[in-house]
Design a protein around this ligand. Structure first.
Ligand SMILES: [Zn+2]
Length: 174
């Protein structure tokens, strides 16, 4: 998977240039079911927006677009804390897209960002967790738990002594 950088121009109202601490990753869905409303289309859209709405990445079933540098604040929720401390990802839900593949690509992207910024799975949130908005709607109606399991799967690099014992390694000098 490649990330296409298509960055919002400096000075746009939706690119304030302020700092994002990158402590969290926030997952959204575009809620745009129109055919053709893929990542490329949203990259064009967010660059032309003249209001305080923006996010960092859009993922569809065949591509990932980046709209802002990770370390810059975006306007993806009504919560200043969320906007100043999280990398925002939008999943496309266009009718002509394969949402399962979009989720696969989002898992890939979230893992990349977790590694890059040292973010653990418990800091990967839904939009809903910040403000109560029903977003990402499709994943919240089924699939969010699995999403978290999938991004957590590769996270575990070390194993604890008690876990080793539970696995039957009691003879090993721990
Ligand atoms: Zn959202």
């Amino acid at each position: 998977m490649e990330i296409t950088r298509d960055i919002i121009p400096e000075g746009n109202v939706n690119r304030p240039g302020a700092r994002n601490s990158c402590r969290y990753i926030t997952v959204h869905e575009t809620a745009n079911a129109k055919r053709g409303a893929d990542a490329c289309a949203h990259a064009g859209y967010v660059k032309k927006l003249r209001e305080r709405t923006s996010w960092h990445y859009t993922v569809d079933d065949h591509s990932v677009y980046q709209h802002l540098p990770d370390e810059e604040k975006s306007y993806h929720t009504s919560s200043a804390t969320a906007n100043e401390n999280s990398i925002a990802i939008e999943l496309c839900v266009n009718a002509d897209g394969d949402f399962r593949k979009t989720v696969d690509n989002a898992v890939w992207l979230v893992r990349q960002l977790m590694k890059k910024h040292g973010i653990s799975a418990e800091y990967v949130r839904t939009h809903k967790e910040w403000t109560g908005k029903q977003c990402p709607a499709t994943l919240l109606s089924g699939g969010w738990k699995e999403f978290v399991t999938r991004i957590s799967a590769e996270e575990k690099k070390s194993i604890t002594v008690s876990e080793l014992r539970a696995m039957g390694y009691s003879e090993i000098k721990l």
